[in-house]
Design a protein around this ligand. Structure first.
Ligand SMILES: Cc1ncc(COP(=O)(O)O)c(C=O)c1O
Length: 393
């Protein structure tokens, strides 16, 4: 792309109301932030349990640096497989109740790598219409035939499974808790269908890991489906407060990925501090259910208040509350107005969400205090009603 075509592309993005700018955080990642020079209450973070700045994670990271240094030096298959990587993987397998786990450098790399390892030309992937970009790209990379079924539409999924060639390998992939809508996939139905039609199931627990009872393992575990979902992916950078990602499943799955998964093989492994903070986070998640309780209490408080103000919040069942606006420009204007009054609720536009469904993605943290929620509700009442936002569709 020459310079002129770069400018033309930028103008096109701007004209469509889709221009994105980076905001700058000048504090730690708490329920309040210093954002672009002003103090705001943060309703835009995936740090759901407030662990990103927890003293135990900071201490573990510092100790790991003192003992092992900063970098890992190479990819896992060369000289970058440190004892810490394997210790973290054992801990993840313990949390998830699986035989094994494998750590990835990010959720994006995990999804693209796992999907393109497990299916290929001649196979069929069945993917929920609202799956994350990393799943979409993983499906594309795999060269399998991709069948997108309607969001959580079990009947359509069954029809698609029936239509797939009987000799094709089939893989169903879904998020468990959807990142932009906050609703839960019908996992029990999906698993039943997969078993009936001989398909594999891969579940992305990026937003569910750490959040669901009984142990923070995710929605698959909460529903008692652990033994029936062979590929459970999740991240360490959201509720677990650190960075990186994992897949949990059988030892055979782990071995296959070590041997074949390009996004695992051809990249420098995560550094010691990141492994150490992952382990510290899992310890807290397993030991302190009160964090989850605080998160769910905060969800209930904000959800009830916003509903009282007349917002439907779609089908959200979780810490992710979508307040639908529809038009991308109107959505960003609303987000800015809220920010002027120190409430940070990021507007989300296409291509992150489908056209016409731009929304504020409001997220809760265990560490929000009642006064944060009260203040948000006061501001929503003033600003959102003044702008006549209607999310009741
Ligand atoms: C559902 C889902 N999967 C995967 C990812 C990617 O994870 P990471 O941020 O670790 O790359 C995200 C996060 O952005 C996500 O929301």
């Amino acid at each position: 792309m020459g310079y002129d075509s770069i400018i033309t592309e930028l103008l096109r993005i701007e004209d469509a109301g889709l221009y994105r700018k980076l905001r700058r955080v000048e504090s730690d990642q708490g329920p309040t932030l210093r954002l672009d020079g002003r103090e705001v209450i943060n309703f835009s973070s995936n740090n759901y349990l407030g662990l990103a700045n927890h003293p135990s994670l900071c201490k573990a990271a510092k100790e790991a640096i003192d003992r092992y240094g900063c970098g890992s030096g190479a990819s896992r298959l060369i000289s970058g497989n440190m004892s810490l990587h394997e210790e973290l993987e054992s801990k993840i397998a313990e949390l998830k109740g699986t035989e094994a786990a494998l750590v990835f450098n990010s959720g994006f790399q995990a999804n693209t790598g796992i999907l393109s390892t497990l299916v290929g030309e001649g196979d069929v992937v069945l993917s929920d219409a609202l799956n994350h970009a990393s799943i979409i790209d993983g499906c594309r990379l795999s060269r399998a035939k991709v069948v997108v079924y309607g969001h959580c539409d079990i009947d359509q999924l069954e029809r698609s499974l029936r239509d797939a060639p009987s000799n094709a390998r089939k893989l169903i992939v879904t998020e468990s808790l959807f990142s932009m809508d906050g609703d839960e996939a019908p996992l029990a139905d999906i698993v039943n269908l997969a078993e009936k039609h001989g398909a594999m199931v891969m579940v992305d627990e990026a937003h569910a890991t750490g959040v669901y009872e009984p142990s923070g393992a995710g929605l698959v575990a909460k529903l008692g489906l652990g033994d029936r979902v062979p590929i459970q992916m999740g991240t360490l950078g959201k509720a677990l407060g650190g960075f990186g990602a994992y897949v949990a499943g059988s030892k055979a799955l782990r071995e296959l990925l070590i041997n074949r998964c390009r996004s695992f093989i051809f990249t420098t492994s995560l550094p010691p501090a990141v492994m150490a903070m992952g382990m510290a986070a899992i310890d807290l998640v397993m030991r302190e259910p009160e964090r989850r309780q605080a998160l769910w209490n905060n969800c209930e408080g904000l959800r009830a208040g916003l509903k009282e103000l007349g917002y439907s919040l779609g089908g959200s069942q979780s810490q992710i509350l979508p307040l639908m606006v529809g038009d991308a420009t109107a959505c960003m204007r609303l987000s800015e107005k809220l920010l002027d009054r120190r409430i940070f609720a990021q507007g989300i536009r296409p291509p992150t969400v489908p056209a016409g469904t731009s929304r504020l993605r409001i997220t809760l943290m265990a560490t929000h205090r009642p006064e944060h929620i009260d203040q948000a509700l006061r501001v929503f009442k003033e600003v959102a009603q003044e702008m006549k936002v209607d999310d009741r569709r």
